[in-house]
Each structure stands twice: as C-alpha cells, then as structure tokens.
Design a protein around this ligand. Sequence first.
Ligand code: F6P
Length: 328
Amino acid sequence: MNNEIKNIAVLTSGGDSPGMNAAIRAVVRNAVYNNLKCYGIYQGLQGMIDDEFSELGPRSVRNLINRGGTFLKSARSEEFKTKEGRSRAYENLKKHAIDALVVIGGDGSFTGASIFGEEYDIPVVGIPGTIDNDINGTDYTIGYDTALNTVVEAIDKIRDTASSHNRLFLVEVMGRDAGDIALNTGIGAGAEEILVPEEDLGTDRLMESLNNSKKSGKTSSIIVVSEGDQIGKNITALADYIKTNLEGYEVKVTVLGHIQRGGSPSCYDRVLATRLGVGAVDALIEGKKKIMIGISHKKIVQVPLETAIYNKKVFDTDLLRVADIVSI
Ligand code: F6P
C-alpha cells in the first residue's frame, strides 16, 4: 500500500466512447472503497488547466453505468501540449492536493498525461477508451464492442434496402488509423469487401472481386470502408470509380459517422470498463505509475504507458483471409 496517495482525480479525454461513464463510476467507487478522495476533472486535460474540478462520491456516479458519452465531458487540448499549460494544470492539482491521475482515453491523451506525470512526478494510470480498438497492450478498448454492434445493426438495415434494389453500397465506418471496426463488422454483417488502412489491396483486386461476385449470381453488394482506408480515402471518388467500371449496379454511399460513438454501452463494455476502472485504482494503491490497465486473454493487466503509446497494435491479417473466404 502506498500511503502517500490520498486524493486522486479522474478525467476523460479525446474522442468519447460508450462505457466511459461506467469506467468513471468504477474509479470513483473503488477510490472511496479504499478511503481515498476522488475528484472528477471536467473537459479532459484542458479542464485541469482551467481548474474544472469537482469531488465525486459513490452517489455522484449513480445511474451512469448504462449511459453513453462521458458525463465529465471530453476535449482535445492544444494548451496541454505546452509547458505553460501543463504548469497551470499542476498548480491546480496542488491546489486540490491531488496526488495521482486516472486518464481515460486514447494514445494521444496518454502521451500528454505521461509527459505531465514525468515532469511533475505524479503517478498516472491510463484506461483505454476509444471505439477504434487501436491501443497496443490491450485486447479491447472501452466502447469498441458497442460500436461494433451499432455498425452491424446499421449495415443489416442497409442490406435490406440494397438487396431490394440490386444496389451496391459503400458503407464508411470509423477508424482513422485502424481497421478493426471495418474488419469485424464487415465479417459480422457479411460484407463482400472490407477496406482497411492497414492493407492496401488495390483497386484492380477490388474490381476483379466485385466482377466475380456479380458473375456468381450476387445481385447486391456491401463494401465496408474504414475511414482511413488507403484506396477508399475519398469514399465518393471510390464510388464514382466503381460506377464507371462496373456495370449493372447502382452504387450508393452511406457514411455512418458519429452515430458509432454514441449509445448505451453493451454489457461487455460495461463489465470491461468496470474492471479497468477498479484495476486503475488498485494499481495506484499498489504504488504504480505510468502504466495502462488493459485486458489480455480475459485477465486485467498492467502495461507500461510507453507500450501503449509508442508500439502499434498488431493487425489480425488472418481475419482478412477469413473475410475473403466467406465472401465468395
Ligand atoms: O474515437 C476515435 C475516432 O472515432 C476516429 O475513428 C475518428 O477519426 C475520430 O474519432 C473522429 O473524432 P472527432 O470527430 O471527435 O474529431
């Protein structure tokens, strides 16, 4: 037990994700369970600079586990990237006598928090929260499972109308740098093609495959395109290209957008967020600093924050092979 830690603060930063509220709830309750005071910082890292602190107790986080978004709000802070900004943030932490931080967010948020922790010798624990599932050192991030379910439900609906009208739909899903959402929802929703940022399979292969599908008797098609995909960078341009080079289909584009970031978290995300939140406070009590709490093979693990920030998560290329096989 590290007796020095008495007051901790929790914040959410970067793009929000369903389940962040459940993680905050678990952090607050485990802190209070262990006789620590817990503050919430509103507006992410920027809120630390602007002194937006509020003490939270077990009842401040009631009726939250089922709510999407983050009640602490989230923001991306340019000011926190500056030494002056971080120095103001530190003054505010001192004012509230906070001696450790829990940051729920993605690798960008971890980077800022890690620099800050190093500069001012403040223990920092990260909890991976992003729908993209692109954080190294954890099998899953909070919000990813919910986003998958949202996307699959949407594509199922698109499939109904695509097949009624013999249309080809390009469906853009989120994932600026990561294809996990596209790949898994593509398989789950039975897409003909899945385009991801990690692999540029080329337009020739795409056209050949669509032609083969048509010849084999398919009357409609769904292509799931990750927003960061190499050949689908501009989804409308890709749609135009397909229109010009493939006969017999009417081509439509649907961009799912931020609908993927909202909604009530799935049970999986609620449980994951709760376990990670409890794990974060446990780690601080054990005296850990600069780590991320993740999940690996169903077990809660502590990973150096550097591993999460600087190493790229390995992309499961075998899933692409699986997708290829089942889309003949
Ligand atoms: O949360 C991650 C992510 O969804 C990315 O896939 C996407 O590119 C980005 O956030 C968009 O976020 P915003 O609109 O908040 O800048």
